[in-house]
Write a protein that binds this ligand. Structure first.
Ligand SMILES: [Zn+2]
Length: 360
């Protein structure tokens, strides 16, 4: 299996020594008091609620891998762009601790999660499960991955508690390549799948939709959600490209839309307009989770698609308006890829401008 990095930049990871410097910084994870049953929630005043900006303190830890593009500078680029302002009290920052293990185990095998924790503690046998160059494990890997999943779980809880209209999770590591028992492509725990399965269980949902517009196929999400009748997975991505892995047969609850290298924003938007909106209308999700990767941008070197900020603005508008129509705005967006810092900052800013909009 080629790595996500070595494919784009051969030799980049040569001699990749691991550097882990920071202490563990978790706060206490407090679940809010949440109504036990869905949909017994207030429905009239959600339109004026703010958007959540969920993150955690461990996003600032140094790279898992020296010179890897999945770096703390990604979140810094997003936050620097946010400091330019304009959101005011329409965007509420929430810092999170680790996900409840109960939620993580909905998406991952217990022995895999245990191995990830042991590997982070230096257990040599466990480290043997994480030998791919993109997913080596260091002291803080487990805690970082648990905190990223925790942000998504808490974002889900907040949109159901109706303390927030919708949410964006600015987290790393990303998650959509992680399958039930395997790390891949910078991903250890599948944040989007954990959020989707947690929501379905906690709020007794019958229809949860995960939509992935990262340039890379969300293969881990597809595998984890396969066979769940109350889940739909929609993914648009460049093909062929990492992870070069397709399920055979394709799960009945997945709709995959591969695009060739060189495809532009019009093609990306076309999939959303022609394929995704039709499926949203048919499925009528009670919750939408976005695997929001921004590496289809034309400035990205890790993929060869040609999207621009205006395309992310259009896609966000379409999906947010669909969430208003079908699920009272309950949309949780989760950062996946996006590695060119300037285009990532601009793209996320554009995405957030779409999320904070207030329905008329
Ligand atoms: Zn990607």
């Amino acid at each position: 299996m080629r790595s996500i990095v070595s494919e784009a930049k051969p030799g980049l990871l040569a001699g990749n020594a691991l550097h882990f410097f920071c202490a563990r910084l978790f706060g206490i994870f407090n679940l809010k008091r949440i109504p036990e049953r869905f949909p017994n929630m207030p429905t009239s005043d959600w339109k004026s609620l703010p958007t959540g900006y969920f993150t955690h303190q461990l996003v600032n830890l140094p790279n898992m891998l020296e010179e890897a593009p999945e770096s703390p500078e990604r979140i810094e680029a997003i936050e620097n762009r946010l400091m330019l302002g304009g959101f005011g009290d329409r965007l509420r920052r929430v810092e999170c601790g680790p996900a409840p293990m109960e939620a993580v185990l909905l998406a991952h095998d217990a022995d895999y999660v245990e191995a990830l924790e042991k590997a982070s503690l230096g257990d040599e046998a466990a480290l043997g499960r994480f030998e791919e160059p993109d997913t080596q494990v260091g002291r803080d890997t487990f805690d970082c991955a648990m905190a990223s999943a925790g942000a998504v779980v808490r974002a889900v809880d907040s949109v159901f508690a109706r303390t927030l209209k919708n949410a964006f999770c600015a987290v790393r590591p990303p998650g959509h390549h992680a399958s039930r028992s395997r790390a891949s492509g910078f991903c250890y725990l599948n944040n989007a799948a954990i959020g989707a399965l947690w929501a379905a269980k906690r709020y007794k949902l019958e229809r949860v939709m995960v939509l992935d517009f990262d340039a890379h196929h969300g293969d881990g999400t597809e595998e984890i959600l396969a066979g769940h009748p109350n889940m739909r997975f929609l993914s648009v991505f460049q093909w062929p490209l990492f992870p070069h892995r397709r399920m055979d047969p394709q799960p009945a609850n997945a709709i995959l839309s591969p695009l060739p290298a060189g495809a532009g924003g019009a093609e990306l938007r076309g999939v959303v307009e022609d394929v995704w909106l039709a499926e949203i209308e048919r499925f009528r999700p009670e919750l939408m989770i976005l695997s929001a990767g921004f590496d289809a941008h034309a400035e990205e070197r890790i993929a060869q698609l040609k999207a621009a900020e205006i395309d992310y603005a259009c896609i966000t508008r379409l999906l947010v308006e669909a969430s208003w129509k079908y699920c009272e705005g309950r949309l949780v967006s989760v950062l996946e890829g996006g590695y060119e810092l300037r285009s990532l900052g601009r793209s996320v800013f554009t995405h957030l401008q779409g999320l904070v909009r207030t329905p008329l």
